[in-house]
Design a protein around this ligand. Structure first.
Ligand code: GLU
Length: 475
């Protein structure tokens, strides 16, 4: 039996989740599900200055909204809890003491300025900057003297002078890092808190994490983290470092090239299905076409299909998935999704008919508001006020008699589409697009949209008549 798969998502709550983090969460979730394993959520909030509880609360909400429930994490504590790093400092202290006893760490009294000077000197002489080892061999008296000066030491990990750290990355393949290039790194900050490398590596081991999929920017941290685990006598997870996501312009995805936070996308009305179907294909090649639910995607997720090349985020592709996702909503979910943009006080039957009529034609809820105005509003469509519009051109071309015949047909037979078109065809001899286009434009001000037959009863006879009479005056 192979060991059970345990993955995790370990965000730092210093901002809103964006598509890059969400993809990391999704891939870890899918990998766990694919292998019948567990997916954990850990909040990396040790940086008290940058972490904010409201971001932590929001990211829980975001993940739930996407359907990425965690098997253990905040609100779902198990034996490895707590899952907020800010509540785990006793564990970090104990592990750091273990390393101190074993002589694998030492206090470093170098100031930020001293470190910067050393860094520049190394860069100037063409060497990669790394900690020069200044405090590595201080004796007890030298340390005491620095403490007496009031210097607050950090704690550094003693990286072996020789040897190398080797591992196989699930995305990047075989990796080799020479220890001599790593430099002794900080595991405890001067304020006593555990540094990222340390708490991250320790927690993965304590929580039994076996596979970590995370951003490529962490690849160079991995050898240090493996050294920490080894020094503590712990296993390290297998890592896979995910390729960067870029915007349309090839630059890393950011606010500038169209990145929006998950909250912004959600508030604009994007559906979870659209988002996770898009992300599934960002840096992960797949033969699966079309939209699928998370369980189906999980069956298709394969770390062997993770690519190294940067993955381009294409907004147009998101719109394609969004259209399919809206189309696939049940009538109940569609009504909830449209709710904020619907006029109040509609009869339940009218509401159902409206939702069903426009669902195939909208991508975002704001378009719902536009259709609601066209269908339930008393004002003529805005395009009709513009003499140069396509609507006005078609109305002029159809002529006054055409719309008077339409108004008379509504007067005679109400909101029946067949009766209306038959009457106008008989009166004007127009058929096909010549018949339908001017009617559509006079009613909606646009050339595309939901089928007209189910819209007529929603618009109602008196508004239909008024629109046709108005069109007659413009013709
Ligand atoms: N808190 C780190 C981040 O958000 C976690 C990195 C990791 O997944 O190991 O970048």
């Amino acid at each position: 039996m192979s060991e059970p798969v345990v993955t995790r998502f370990a965000p730092s709550p210093s901002g809103e989740l964006h598509l890059g983090n969400v993809r990391t969460a999704l891939f870890n979730w899918l990998h766990a599900r694919r292998h019948g394993g567990r997916f954990l959520l850990r909040i990396e909030d040790t940086d008290a200055e940058r972490s904010r509880p409201e971001f932590a609360a929001q990211l829980l909400e975001d993940l739930r909204w996407l359907g990425l429930e965690w098997d253990a994490g905040p609100g779902r504590e198990d034996a490895a809890a707590p899952y907020e790093q800010s509540r785990r400092s006793a564990l970090y202290t104990a592990a750091l003491e273990q390393l101190e006893r074993a002589g694998q760490v030492y206090p470093c009294f170098c100031s930020t300025l001293e470190l910067e000077v050393s860094r520049r000197a190394q860069l100037a002489s063409g060497k990669p900057p790394r900690y020069a080892g200044t405090c590595r061999n201080l004796d007890a008296a030298q340390r005491a003297a620095r403490v007496a000066e009031g210097r607050q030491p950090t704690l550094r990990f003693k990286v072996p002078d020789t040897g190398k750290v080797e591992f196989t990355d699930l995305v990047h393949g075989a990796q080799t890092f020479a220890c001599a290039d790593l430099g002794d790194f900080v595991v405890r900050r001067a304020d006593g808190s555990a540094a990222f490398f340390f708490s991250n590596a320790l927690d993965d081991a304590l929580m039994g994490v076996t596979v970590v999929l995370r951003g490529e920017d962490h690849l160079s941290n991995t050898p240090r983290q493996k050294l920490i685990n080894a020094a503590l006598g712990q296993p390290s997870p297998t890592y896979g470092h995910l390729s960067l996501i870029t915007g349309d312009d090839g630059a890393p995805l950011s606010k500038r090239n169209g990145a929006r936070s998950l909250r912004e996308l959600r508030e604009a009305g994007y559906l979870p299905e659209a988002i996770f179907n898009l992300l599934f294909r960002l840096g992960h090649s797949s033969a699966v076409l079309g939209m699928h639910d998370l369980a189906t995607l999980a069956q298709q997720f394969d770390t062997a299909h993770l690519g190294r090349a940067p993955a381009r985020f294409d907004f147009a592709q998101l719109e394609v998935f969004q259209k399919d996702a809206v189309h696939a909503l049940t009538p109940e979910r569609a009504a909830v999704w449209m709710q904020a943009h619907l006029p109040s006080g509609l009869a339940p039957e009218t509401l159902r008919a409206f939702v069903a009529a426009i669902q195939p034609n909208v991508i975002l809820p704001r378009e719902v508001a536009e259709w609601a105005a066209v269908i339930f509003g008393d004002a003529a469509p805005a395009a009709l006020a513009d003499e140069t519009s396509e609507s006005r051109r078609l109305i002029r071309e159809a002529g006054r008699e055409f719309f008077l015949a339409a108004a008379a047909a509504v007067h005679a037979s109400g909101t029946d589409w067949k009766a209306l078109t038959t009457a106008v065809r008989t009166a004007t001899n127009r058929k096909g697009p010549e018949l339908f286009k001017p009617l559509r434009h006079a009613l909606t001000g646009v050339g595309h949209g939901p089928e007209l037959a189910p819209l007529l009863p929603l618009i109602g006879a008196s508004r239909l008549q008024a629109r046709f009479e108005h069109a007659a005056t413009l013709a």
